[in-house]
Design a protein around this ligand. Structure first.
Ligand code: C2E
Ligand code: CA
Ligand code: CA
Length: 783
């Protein structure tokens, strides 16, 4: 403890001594010495003038008392010393920061010069005092005191030199005074000695003050350099840059990065206002208000248009007060903003894209379900008049997507959305809710307007689409609900338009249906039916009935059409018209159809070998990959010839014109099966189908046969169908024959086959045995 105490005292004393004798000046950094020297260099001229005045004054007074040799030696020596100082001053002036290595050398040379200078003045004053008369001694003392103060000022920044010259001059003066041997001189010497101490103290104090100041300045400069370097780096390398402006938005020192970001030369930014660069919108107004009040800016987002492109900057700036330099009279303080700008355009665009993706369908760019629900909410809240909501579903879309592929399906959806938009007015909104479902909000509407828009949509969408070389025909079903009658909340309106759509689809598609009360009940019933049907096959509830097909020329049964029946314990016998559409919608038809094919071919084993079987085939069954395998498998199992089987397809299956469907039909024909076109005349009735696929039979729909004896149109249609079919070598069959007159007419016109209640209803297999002759049938008992 004691030793540490002692060593501290010793260290302190040593530091004091080192400070007094200026040893510590060797510890100063070169760049500080550089600044000290520069300061000294600036005072050399003034100190030279002071020396010259003193020397000339003394020469003038003592010229006659000093011998010329002394004068000569004195003048030459002081001239050499002063010239040397001037020379050093010149070197100091030319000294640059980059040549810091020379600093110590010049420092030392200045100190050496000060030794000679001090000796010269000390010896000169002592010498002159020896020859001075009593009044002249006062001048010597005054000159000595002046020189002591002068050297303190001249060397104020070079502490060692100041101390050397001051000490030497003081010694000279004191020695001169003491050599006079008088009490007054001794007292003056004492006074001068105290001056010396005061001046020495002053030198030590001043030099340490100056050194401290320089050190601080140096540190400040170093940190300023570092900050500048970092800021330059930040500005040049980063995506952000610095921004300075005043409370009115006037730009101060705009940087290159900002000019680059604005795609403008930097000169055009000088003297410009940030609000001239920004878009004149709410955000810009907000910022203007904000800064005019002197508030700091924190991540304020501002939009601007550069080269016709929307950009966004985020601005953060701190505020400080300053006095307007151009208006020194004004006591009003202004605000100076310094901050950082980040170009957040890319971020913002990504954000907007994500936002857009969350609200809009990527394929069609129409609002998605989420956005649609929002739009519907807003429309229903603000709408005081009627509002129409259409729920729209494309017919046959699934088949097109499956057979022609998703890329074509996607293009079709895009074309559909364009056609839909073209049918609507600006205030109406069409959205894609998913898959092939669309919804439309018709503002300020009425039933009449909605119906006419729905009709327009149906007609526009049934015009064929030309996509990648394919002629695609689709239709659409529309469910319509009108607020407030059909629902006062968005949820109810949506549900009811969906129910109306369901009804449109089950009523034959390609139509629009408005919601009516009770639809929910029938939808519920349909759902129950679907659930019951899912277990019907496993529970053996399905059975096949057969309806005879009669050859009109031979007047005998040549085969049967298999027609499915569903015997449900609770529902009783359910007819196919009720459950086949639901089975087709849900896909259950594939399973059901395959069961019917297996069962019918199996039942055929009981029939005479000449008898044919007709089986109905839904479009969905044709897309089933197991269809051909099922048929081939059953034919192989039963040994029944393929040409005894006729598959009845509808126009819808051909209408899709899909290569896959046609390929399936061709394969079936190659296997020897026959293909019949069912319900001819009810669908699109394009006679082109008769040419596009080699059909074996056309079944003329019941509606034409029904009115055969009363409608000339029907007669004409039947005649042309039969003529065309005969020309093409296709068999014609009439459906739904109930009266003898119909048979007569059909036979006269050349129709080959007929089916109908006139011969028999469809009956179970066990009742078929006697049904080979028309005469065998007791129509009344069977109906
Ligand atoms: P479809 O193929 O046009 O069958 C003819 C329909 O007309 C049958 O109705 C039949 O009972 C009825 N019908 C026959 N003759 C007369 C008549 O003289 N007068 C009247 N008014 N009707 C007559 P059904 O059995 O209700 O079948 C309806 C539809 O269900 C069929 O129409 C067919 O498209 C479909 N279907 C029936 N069974 C099957 C099946 O196993 N598979 C598939 N995919 N569809 C089937
Ligand atoms: Ca049929
Ligand atoms: Ca039919």
């Amino acid at each position: 403890m004691k030793t540490r105490f002692n060593s501290k005292i010793v260290e302190k004393i040593w530091l004091k001594i080192a400070n007094i004798i200026s040893l510590n000046s060797y510890l100063l950094k070169d760049d500080i010495k550089y600044n000290l020297l520069k300061d000294h260099g600036r005072g050399i001229f003034v100190s030279l003038i002071g020396n010259l005045i003193n020397i000339i004054g003394l020469l003038y007074i003592f010229y006659n008392q000093i011998g010329p040799t002394y004068i000569l030696v004195g003048i030459i020596s002081i001239s050499a010393i002063l010239l040397r100082r001037v020379y050093l001053g010149k070197i100091i002036r030319s000294l640059s920061v980059t040549n810091i290595a020379a600093v110590q050398n010049i420092w030392d040379r200045v100190c050496y010069n000060s030794i000679f200078y001090g000796i010269w003045w000390a010896s000169t004053l002592f010498f002159i005092m020896q020859i001075a008369q009593s009044t002249q001694q006062l001048i010597v003392i005054a000159a000595g005191a002046g020189m002591m103060s002068g050297c303190t000022i001249a060397y104020r920044t070079i502490a060692p030199a100041a101390k050397i010259t001051l000490t030497l001059m003081s010694i000279g003066c004191l020695a001169a005074l003491l050599s006079l041997n008088s009490a007054v001189a001794d007292a003056t010497a004492l006074l001068l000695g105290s001056y010396y101490l005061v001046l020495l103290r002053h030198i030590i104090g001043t030099s340490s003050d100056i050194i401290t100041r320089l050190k601080r300045e140096h540190e400040l400069k170093v940190s300023a350099d570092t900050i500048n370097m970092l800021l330059t780096d930040f500005t040049e390398q980063g995506s952000d840059w610095l921004l300075e402006f005043n409370e009115s938005g006037h730009l101060i020192n705009p940087c290159n990065r900002m000019a680059e970001a604005c795609l403008r030369p930097i000169e055009t930014l000088d003297d410009s206002n940030i609000f001239d660069i920004f878009d004149k919108d709410e955000q810009s107004k907000d910022l203007k208000n904000h800064i005019s009040l002197g508030h700091s800016v924190n991540k304020h987002i501002i939009s601007l248009t550069i080269d016709n492109e929307q950009h966004w900057w985020s601005i953060s700036a701190r505020v400080s007060k300053y006095q307007n330099a151009n208006d020194s009279n004004s006591s009003e303080s202004r605000f100076l903003y310094r901050g950082v700008v980040s170009d957040i355009t890319a971020h913002r665009q990504a954000e907007e894209k994500v936002n857009h993706m969350a609200h809009f369908d990527a394929l069609t760019d129409l609002p998605n379900r989420f956005q649609f629900n929002q739009n519907l909410n807003i429309a229903m809240q603000s709408n005081t008049t009627k509002l129409g909501l259409m729920y729209l579903d494309l017919d046959n879309f699934k088949a097109i997507n499956d057979t022609l592929g998703h890329p074509i399906g996607d293009k079709l959806l895009q074309s559909v959305s364009k056609r839909l938009q073209a049918c609507l007015q600006n205030q109406d909104i069409v959205a894609r809710l998913g898959g092939d479902e669309f919804a439309i909000i018709i503002q300020n509407s009425s039933e009449k307007i909605c119906k006419s828009i729905a009709e327009r949509i149906i007609s526009v969408l049934s015009t064929p689409f030309q996509i990648d070389g394919h002629d695609i025909i689709i239709g659409c079903s529309i469910g319509l609900a009108i607020a407030p009658e059909d629902g006062i909340t968005p949820e109810i309106l949506l549900r009811n338009s969906d129910l109306a759509l369901y009804s449109a689809k089950s009523n034959g598609r390609n139509r629009s249906v408005r919601y009516i009360a009770g639809m929910d009940e029938s939808a519920h019933n349909r759902r129950m039916l679907e659930m019951d049907m899912r277990v019907a096959l496993a529970n053996n509830e399905m059975i096949l009935h057969y309806q005879p097909i009669v050859d009109l020329i031979k007047e005998e049964t040549i085969g049967y059409e298999a027609l499915i029946r569903w015997n449900n314990p609770e529902r009783g016998t359910v007819m196919p018209d009720q459950f086949i559409p639901v089975a087709e919608e849900t896909g259950l038809i594939v399973q059901l159809g395959e069961w019917a094919i297996r069962k019918a071919i199996d039942d055929m084993r009981q029939w005479p070998d000449t008898f044919h079987l007709s089986i109905n085939l839904s479009p969905a069954q044709m897309r089933s990959p197991s269809l051909i395998a099922t048929i081939v498998n059953m034919l192989a199992n039963t040994g029944i010839s393929a040409d005894r089987i006729c598959l009845e397809i509808t126009e819808t299956a051909l209408m899709q014109d899909s290569e896959a469907n046609l390929a399936t039909l061709h394969k079936l024909r190659e296997l020897g099966l026959k293909i019949a076109l069912d319900d001819f005349g009810t669908g699109y009735s394009s006679l082109n189908y008769l040419r596009s696929f080699p059909l074996d039979k056309i079944k003329i729909d019941r509606c034409f046969v029904d009115e055969i004896d009363s409608s000339e149109d029907c007669q004409a249609i039947i005649k042309s169908i039969v003529d065309l079919a005969n020309t093409l070598g296709i068999v014609t069959a009439a459906e739904g024959v109930e009266r003898d007159e119909q048979i007569q007419y059909l036979r006269d016109k050349g129709c080959v086959e007929a089916q109908g209640y006139l011969y028999s209803k469809a009956v179970p297999q066990n009742q078929l045995s006697n049904l080979t002759q028309r005469s065998d049938i007791e129509v009344d008992t069977l109906v």
